[in-house]
Write a protein that binds this ligand. Structure first.
Ligand code: 5GP
Ligand code: MN
Length: 337
């Protein structure tokens, strides 16, 4: 894995006509925060003759739509031809916040066959060899932190830090660290946040944008989940939520409505792992895993649910029915203890 430096990145971007930034399917705060953060830096740095686009495979939750320039993000599912054309024409492709091309759905095939210079900026475990250059660190709390580190390693380089970029980077760090509480937060994280505050962000507004934007149905879905859909397993410190497609429809489920719910399981005293099963319209099941301490849900998600992520936060998917998926989960989760 060849690590990219700021100087090299600048050289690549100076020579490029078309730059494409791509983040993962079901984009979260760090996916959009890191991509738009880098987008704002590229704009501010002022590479002449370079056009830059941000592409994600599918829609992002409404509560992220207030991010600066979010309306410019191209959602490939809404316009697949344009997204493919942009990727095919790019001379530099920057992949952010994911570690395997399957995480960008159909866009992955276009990236794989592209002759562009490819750079992966990411903090997930075990990245696939899919790029020419990497800025990768599993110790980073977020990809947004890495974007800041790569573009602004010194005080002098911070002259390109705009409030727009700072707002995006803060959003990514805030959401991926569960509001600055996960073990991934380090001294460097708070130093970066200090620079972001100096750049004029209104951090309280960012918290409001992301966390105080529930619809009544979303709040009621949370209540339904906590009272009726949360179970603890016997003899092992594991909790899980499961939602059928029909149950979600009853609460007018919209993308992002279950964001954060899985963490509630870990608030039960003693619980070390929580999973959330979300049945999709096509009958497949999206799964989120969270853990505390040594319980490695990245490995578990990779092994049994075609997924991955971090040691304490991972995701996956099952092609089985919801009930079969739950049975598989209950059978294999014991192996972690
Ligand atoms: P979430 O549960 O919030 O969707 O995802 C938790 C973490 O795991 C995030 O960092 C996300 O990027 C990663 N993740 C989610 N689903 C997958 C997957 O299917 N494969 C891999 N490799 N990572 C995933
Ligand atoms: Mn991330």
């Amino acid at each position: 894995m060849q690590q990219i430096s700021r100087a090299r990145l600048i050289r690549c971007l100076s020579q490029a006509k078309q730059v494409v930034l791509i983040s993962h399917a079901n984009p979260d705060g760090d996916a959009l925060g890191s991509s738009l953060g880098l987008y704002h830096w590229i704009k501010e740095y002022g590479f002449t003759n370079t056009s830059c686009s941000v592409i994600v495979p599918n829609a992002y939750p409404e509560f992220l739509s207030g991010l600066p320039s979010c309306s410019k993000v191209l959602i490939a599912q809404h316009n697949p031809e344009l997204a493919s054309r942009k990727i095919d024409a790019a001379d530099v492709i920057i992949l952010l916040d994911f570690n395997a091309l399957k995480r960008i759905d159909a866009l992955g095939a276009h990236v794989a066959k592209s002759k562009a210079i490819k750079v992966l900026i990411d903090h997930h475990q075990q990245p696939e060899p899919c790029a020419d250059f990497y800025f990768h660190d599993v110790k980073a709390c977020s990809t947004s932190e890495l974007v800041f580190e790569l573009t602004m390693p010194t005080v002098q380089t911070q002259k390109y830090l705009t409030k727009a970029m700072a707002t995006c980077i803060y959003t990514g760090i805030m959401t991926d660290t569960g509001n600055f509480r996960f073990p991934s937060v380090r001294s460097k994280t708070h130093t970066i946040v200090s620079h972001l505050l100096r750049a004029g962000i209104a951090h309280y507004r960012i918290h409001e944008m992301v966390y105080d934007a529930y619809t009544l149905e979303r709040m009621q879905l949370l209540g339904f989940g906590l009272t009726q859909k949360l179970e603890c397993l016997k003899n092992i410190p594991v909790a899980f939520f499961s939602f059928s497609y029909q149950e979600l429809q009853a609460y007018k489920y919209a993308k992002g409505d279950l964001e954060g719910v899985v963490n509630y399981g870990l608030s039960i005293k003693g619980i070390q792992i929580c999973a959330l099963f979300n049945e999709q319209e096509d009958g497949t099941v999206r799964i989120s895993f969270r853990s505390k301490g040594k319980a490695d849900v990245n490995r578990f998600a990779r092994r049994y649910f075609n997924g991955g992520g971090h040691i304490n936060a991972a995701g996956g998917r099952s092609m089985h029915s919801l009930s079969k998926t739950l049975d598989l989960f209950k059978t294999h989760i014991k192996e972690l203890f």
